[in-house]
Each structure stands twice: as structure tokens, then as C-alpha cells.
Design a protein around this ligand. Structure first.
Ligand code: CP
Length: 304
């Protein structure tokens, strides 16, 4: 695994191996160090969880972390992303963790580069490490992903989290239900064909996992035509609607959460919520991904 660009590039066996390794890192702490590795984080779009959990993961592995800031870089003088990465490669950086708002960002980039590339979220198409940490959270709860019903609710159309989770969950034998306002219904053929689109109450009553999504205003071309309170009353997880969920069902959200819009403020830290568990799992999953990618680069792993 030289790069991790999309969940669709992984096999079910590779996903399982990453989840097992992440769980092991959670239980046993850091087993290996990568002390001579240099990894750069290039975030061209805002982030809190992904950026800092990658940085924590890197530091736990003993990696030298370089945080790139495009506004202070030679990209301001016209240097392309490709030449930026080629330069990082030349000065000894083995991997780059990149977030970007463009779909297809990695498509033509990887030809000619030996530096490993890790997708930290691109446009509305992929967020592979988010899907892995979500799967790990579900697996911890239910032991297996096979046969789970996962209801993903909200702005599916503009969500990379929904897409990466859809592909990962289907690969691992789970079923995906989508729900939300009709304008957020996905327009991809495969998502439409291989998932159910259900009214909110029905989706909630069938779900083992309810995954709520933020409205991705930054990717909208049209006005939503609804204020936040109306959205919450019509499509949000209110305390009343949460009673429709089976007793064993859990609530997840990739964050950032807009309390009182996609879900009731009180549910964010309720016993059903696994939102902060997801974030905690994000560090272990990113450690497992960094280990896999950097060992493929030939970096020696050193037992502590
Ligand atoms: N879940 C997620 O990608 O959050 P950030 O945008 O804060 O990284």
C-alpha cells in the first residue's frame, strides 16, 4: 500500500488488516516507531479532527512532522502542487497527507512521484481514513460489520464521508440506508442503486447505526431554502425521534457537529453517542495507515 487515495482502492482483506492493527494499537499502545521518517501535512481545506489526529498519530510513531502552509509557501509564486510534492520528495519527505476541495485531485498527481500520498479528504468524493475510523467504531460495538444496517442521514449529495462509508460498508457486508431532504439525495448511479432511500422515521427504526452528516454549505451551488430550525424540526435527530431507534442502536457523526441543526444538542454526549469515540479511534486508524504506507516505502519499523 504505497498510497491511500480512496477506500475503493482497498480490498476487504486490507480494510480488515488496518482495523485489526488499529485495534491492536489502541489496546497495546505504540508497538513500532518510525523515527527516521518525515511526513508532511498539506491541508488546503479547513480541518480540526483529521489534521490534528494525523499529527498526533505521526508523533506517537516518532515521525518527524512537517506542517505545510500554502499561504507561506512557494505556491504563492506559482509553483504547482506536483512540483511542491516533487520538491518535498527531493528533500527527503517520504509521505504527504493531503486534504483538498477538488474531486479528482489525485488523479494525475501520482504519476512521477515516489512520495506516498494519503488522502485526508477530497471534495465530495473520498475520505478514506474517516471511513476506516467509522468502521472501527462500529466493529468495536457490534463485533462484526456483516449484516449491519447503517442509516446515513443528511447532506449525502455533498458528502465525501457518505461516499467512503458507503463503499467501505458495502465491501464489508453491511447495508446502507440513506435519508434526508430530497435535494440531498445522491446523484451517483451506484449509490442510488445499491442503497435504500427511506423517510427519516423509517430509516431510524431500522438502523443499528445512525450516522448524521453536517450540511456542507461550502459545496452547495443553490440555497437550501430552509432555516436551521426548520431543518432540525424536519430532518434532525430530535430527542423524540431518537426513541424510534432500536435500543441497541448507536449515534455517530464525523464532525464538526452543528448542535441543534442535524441533531439535538443533548444527544451529542448522550450514552448512545459514539462521536468522541470516533475521534479517539481516528488516531489509531491513522497510525495503522501511516505504518502500512511507510513500510511499503521501505522504511524500517523499529520495535520499542
Ligand atoms: N471529520 C472530519 O473530517 O473533520 P475535520 O474536517 O475537522 O477534519
Amino acid at each position: 500500500m504505497k498510497d491511500l487515495l480512496a477506500i475503493r482502492d482497498l480490498s476487504a482483506v486490507e480494510v480488515e488488516e488496518l482495523l485489526v492493527r488499529a485495534q491492536c494499537l489502541l489496546e497495546e499502545g505504540c508497538g513500532k516507531l518510525l523515527p527516521d521518517c518525515f511526513v508532511a501535512n498539506l491541508f488546503f481545506e479547513n480541518s480540526t479532527r483529521t489534521r490534528f489526529s494525523f499529527e498526533v498519530a505521526q508523533k506517537k510513531l516518532g515521525i518527524h512532522v512537517l506542517n505545510f502552509q500554502d499561504t507561506h509557501s512557494s505556491m504563492q509564486k506559482g509553483e504547482s502542487v506536483y512540483d511542491t510534492l516533487k520538491s518535498l520528495e527531493a528533500i527527503g519527505v517520504q509521505a504527504a497527507v493531503i486534504r483538498h476541495s477538488d474531486n479528482g485531485f489525485f488523479q494525475h498527481l501520482k504519476q512521477g512521484l515516489s512520495i506516498s500520498l494519503i488522502n485526508a479528504g477530497t471534495g465530495n468524493e473520498e475520505h478514506p481514513t474517516q471511513a476506516l475510523l467509522d468502521l472501527l467504531t462500529m466493529k468495536q460495538e457490534f463485533s462484526t460489520l456483516k449484516g449491519l444496517n447503517v442509516a446515513i442521514i443528511g447532506d449525502i449529495r455533498h458528502s465525501r464521508v457518505a461516499r467512503s462509508n458507503f463503499y467501505a460498508l458495502k465491501m464489508m457486508g453491511a447495508s446502507v440506508i440513506f435519508s434526508g431532504p430530497d435535494i440531498f439525495r445522491p446523484d451517483d448511479d451506484i449509490l442510488r442503486k445499491e442503497s435504500a432511500w427511506l423517510p427519516l422515521e423509517e430509516a431510524l427504526s431500522q438502523a443499528d447505526v445512525v450516522m448524521l452528516l453536517r450540511i456542507q454549505f461550502e459545496r452547495h451551488k443553490k440555497h437550501l431554502g430552509m432555516d436551521p430550525l426548520t431543518y432540525f424540526r424536519t430532518f434532525g435527530l430530535t430527542e423524540e425521534r431518537a426513541h424510534l431507534m432500536p435500543d441497541h442502536a448507536i449515534v455517530m457523526h464525523p464532525g464538526p457537529v452543528n448542535r441543534g441543526v442535524e441533531m439535538a444538542p443533548s444527544l451529542v454526549e448522550s450514552p448512545r453517542s459514539r462521536i468522541f469515540k470516533q475521534m479517539q479511534n481516528g488516531v489509531a486508524v491513522r497510525m495503522a495507515v501511516l505504518e502500512a504506507v511507510l513500510s511499503a516505502q521501505g522504511s524500517p519499523l523499529t520495535w520499542v
